[in-house]
Design a protein around this ligand. Structure first.
Ligand code: TEU
Ligand code: CA
Length: 561
């Protein structure tokens, strides 16, 4: 259907149009940790290009690249000093063009990380801006006078600890940084800032990229003086403007990172007549497991009823309009199998179970590098082994405040960002085959067992399970478009849901525990059909009672009429 014939003011939504990214699976690459081609211990673009056949074989459609731009690497590239160049340790623009071209040959698109809430303090705009109050770039950033009695203008706090304001002695004013002091926030209220960003986006679009992942996009409408950061009043105006002036005319995938998103907000971002984004990342299933006082540094044990409630809520809220992203992990989160599964007793079974549950929901699945081989959290014992700025800052602050260093390390090993950032484990070779030199961060010692080479060889590996799930999405419309319904919501151990499309019904059953479970199902769920995926033996039929093995999961599909 032609969008231009659908007036936006119409109370009727235009019907859902199939999009290529409805059937796509995205794979996130953290360039620093993926594959090192030249032995300097740092992953790079030629390294990624050398692994395209691996990704093609897995079956993914899009690679989301965490930032590759020129950067002093205070936050591993989320601090950009030149939006139109590549970090020298990652390669050159020619390497980037080659990656795009070779990926395209294999039917894979490249999605860039768009980090435009802030830049590096080494970005020329900021170097200008801090020159003086009358510099033409002053207003590219957010400067304020000290509070009347001195000190920071207000109480805003940085995500990485401490005040979000740093005093610049040259002018006696403070600049805002919601992350490190080396990541000053851009002033989106300034039209010139927005125009520069749109130009830069078009420059990359013309290079042939297939999408943008937008870093902390919920922050760009902030109103600092009201201490209002997320979901500011102009957020959606800016996104509509961005859409109109950059990618709106192109068929790309856009996903906004929005920790704050409620289902209502997600419909604003991703509603199909809104002309904003394809979808957002929301983190309710992640944050509901954090401690109310110590946050992620003291995680709560997994509560399956809560987890199901949150997942179901989002499935239902975005069932008619909008679109869900589906993920267990990313470069900021712990390893999925460590967080939600059982790496000691049932590593393979639980990793497959988690993949089954996630990939058969409605939405676009995102796989974080190494998840497909069941990579796990790190067993670091000392703060020296950590590299992440957030972990290092929080360590200092929490230990100063009286938390014991041991307790902090325990929390960091469960939830710190470096869990996701240890090198990709390619083989049993030294350093997991990631590099011939000493990697910038230690390799997880389980690489002789957990590695891609071994996983590809083994028919029953986690990797081959992911490959099947990715392929199923391409052939089963019920996975892509089926209506979602959850069952046994209060059951503490088992997740059961159905998807219905046309005359096909699919049921997904998953045991989240290391125990055998005898399950009673409502009689209307009795089914006899084709087993699409399983992690023990195929199950083609279920009755009112079934026996589940530890972490068992399967899906059955059948025609209903
Ligand atoms: O993350 C945003 C963000 O809010 C996280 O830093 C989050 O606060 C933290 O991981 C939870 O403890 C994005 C990027 O994904 C992250 O890697 C960057 O550090 C951050 O923005 C700044 O660009
Ligand atoms: Ca390298």
């Amino acid at each position: 259907m032609d969008h231009s014939t659908t007036p936006l003011a119409s109370p009727e939504r235009s019907p859902l149009q199939p999009k290529w990214w409805h059937t796509a699976t995205v794979y996130q690459v953290y360039p620093r940790s993926f594959c090192d081609s030249n032995g300097d211990g740092i992953g790079d673009l030629p390294g990624i290009t050398s692994k395209l056949d691996y990704l093609k074989k897995l079956g993914i459609d899009i690679i989301w690249l965490s930032p590759i731009y020129k950067s002093p690497m205070d936050d591993n590239g989320y601090d950009i000093s030149d939006y139109r160049d590549i970090a020298s340790e990652f390669g050159t623009l020619a390497d980037f063009d080659q990656l795009v071209a070779e990926a395209k040959d294999r039917g894979i698109g490249i999605m860039l990380d768009l980090v435009v809430n802030h830049t590096s303090d080494e970005h020329p705009w900021f170097l200008q801006s801090r020159q003086g109050s009358d510099n033409p770039f002053r207003d590219f950033y957010i400067w304020r006078k000290p509070a009347p009695g001195g000190g920071p203008p207000n109480g805003l706090k940085s995500s990485f600890g401490g005040p979000a304001w740093t005093l610049d002695p040259a002018t006696g004013e403070y600049y805002l940084h919601m992350f490190s002091r080396r990541q000053p926030d851009l002033n989106w209220e300034n039209e010139r800032v927005r125009a520069e960003i749109y130009d830069m986006m078009n420059w990359w679009l013309e290079r042939g990229i297939a999408g943008f992942r937008m870093d902390v996009i919920d922050y760009i409408g902030k109103q600092v003086d009201r201490e209002l950061i997320k979901d500011g009043p102009h957020l959606h105006d800016y996104l509509q403007e961005m859409n109109a002036r950059t990618f709106g005319s192109r068929d790309i995938l856009t996903v906004g990172e929005a920790w704050s998103a409620t289902p209502g907000a997600a419909l604003l971002y991703s509603g199909r007549d809104r002309q904003e984004l394809s979808m957002v990342f929301q983190f309710e299933h992640v944050t509901q497991q954090w401690d109310t006082v110590y946050g992620k540094w003291r995680p709560k044990p997994l509560d399956l009823v809560n987890l199901k409630t949150v997942l179901s809520k989002w499935q239902l809220a975005l069932s008619e309009d909008g679109w869900n992203s589906l993920f267990w992990g990313n470069h900021d989160l712990p390893r999925a199998v460590s967080r939600y599964g059982d790496v000691t007793g049932y590593h393979v079974e639980s990793a497959k179970m988690l993949a089954t549950v996630l990939h058969l929901l409605k939405g676009t699945p995102f796989i974080y590098q190494g998840e497909e081989i069941g990579m796990t959290n790190v067993p670091f014992t000392s703060i020296e082994q950590y590299r992440d700025i957030e972990t290092l800052n929080m360590h200092r602050l929490h230990v100063e405040a009286g938390l014991s260093p041991e307790e902090f390390i325990r929390g960091a090993n469960e939830n710190g960002r470096d869990n996701a950032r240890t090198p990709m484990q390619w083989s049993a070779a030294p350093y997991g085959g990631f590099s011939t030199g000493v990697p910038w961060i230690e390799v997880n010692p389980n690489y002789p067992k957990v590695n891609a080479e071994a996983a590809i060889r083994d028919e029953s590996s986690i990797w081959n399970h992911y490959r099947k799930l990715i392929a199923l999405r391409k052939t089963c419309p019920v996975i892509v478009y089926g209506e979602y319904r959850s069952w046994l919501d209060q059951h503490p151990d088992v997740f059961v849901y159905t998807r219905t499309f046309d005359r096909t019904r699919m049921i997904v059953v998953a045991n989240f525990t290391p125990r055998h479970i005898a399950l009673s199902l409502p009689s209307e769920l009795g089914m006899n059909g084709e087993c699409l995926i399983y992690n023990y033996e195929p199950v083609n039929m279920i009755n009112e009672t079934i026996e589940l093995s530890p972490y068992e999961a399967f899906a059955i599909a059948s025609r209903t009429g």
